[in-house]
Design a protein around this ligand. Sequence first.
Ligand code: 9MR
Length: 363
Amino acid sequence: MLFTLKSVIPFCLLLSLGMAVISCTDALPEEKGLKDWSEFPIGGAVNIEAVLEDAKLQQIIKQNFNSLTATNDMKMHHVLDADGTFVWGKVDTLVAFCKKNKQHLFGHTLIWHEATPAWVTEKAVEDSLWLRDFLKEYVTTYVTHCKGDVVAWDVVNAAFESHGGAYRESVWYKVLGKEYIADAFRYAHTADPSADLFYNDYNIERDTIKLHSVLKMITALQKENVPITGIGFQMHLRMDVPDETIAYALKKAADTGLKIHLSEVDIIFNTHNDRKYGGQQQYETLTEEMKQRQANKYKNLVKIYRTTVPKEQQYGITFWDFTDRDTWIRSFFKLKDWPTVFDENLNPKPAYYGFVEGLKEQL
Ligand code: 9MR
């Protein structure tokens, strides 16, 4: 590998700081992938049509993942047409793809305010009883259709505000109250008793107030015997979130006894305000030193997961988009960033090898 003077200096700096340099090659390692180094499932979020058209993406997916999540294809506004009829095309294609490649399909997501079509919101506001029936029918029909093929669901996603401890004022909450959450889990469980059912949210690894509110809700659900299997930490991380904060959050969540899924992992350098186009560009280019720091962050994340979540509660780690070419971060926050483990040319970054080291290290 060729180093420019510019890239060698930060390397030396890292070495003098005692930070391990994580080595990498430009080529994808031939045989083993992330899943082969891991004791728990490793997943990737995919857009199935893009995958079917892209041989290199397919190779990455087959080599590295034993679980897939649909980035968008399984969301409510994608599976329902304008008169409420299910359109199964992409869901069935995903199921077939996963079966062929012996991968689990993780269902994302049944109830999420952002994926609720406008016509559902309009009807709900006019008629609350309609929304109650719709919730039951939607979850029941969907989970029944996928019974045995989708091993787990994010039943409810992001039911709390971005920060602080308040329930999100979504149409679901405003019309049905927080009970819609327990109901959604019950309907899903009745439709497929063998599916694992998750509550999924973001910022809970770094906003302790939000974390505690979510955990309070989880504990209440457990007390009411609501069939919940686990908690999904989306884990859209920033480089500046301290490892100790992440460890604290995972430990607290694991204390519920539920399975813990890191469900949408990526790690950005820049900052944002959680809103669309709300990015603050601080880094214009990706330097070797930044790649190394990110590799160490990925490594530490895996190690924290492996050490704070008991083995039997480790449900797995899933990457969101997993290439810097496809990452949602760039368009959503209008940011140039490099949050994933594969670069724009779909080659593994130091972050990839950092992740492997985190999986392999004897603890
Ligand atoms: O990555 C997804 C992006 O392509 C979509 O435009 C967006 C809206 O449907 O959803 C993104 O995925 C989100 C996930 O479903 C829930 N957690 C946050 C993810 C990033 O916004």
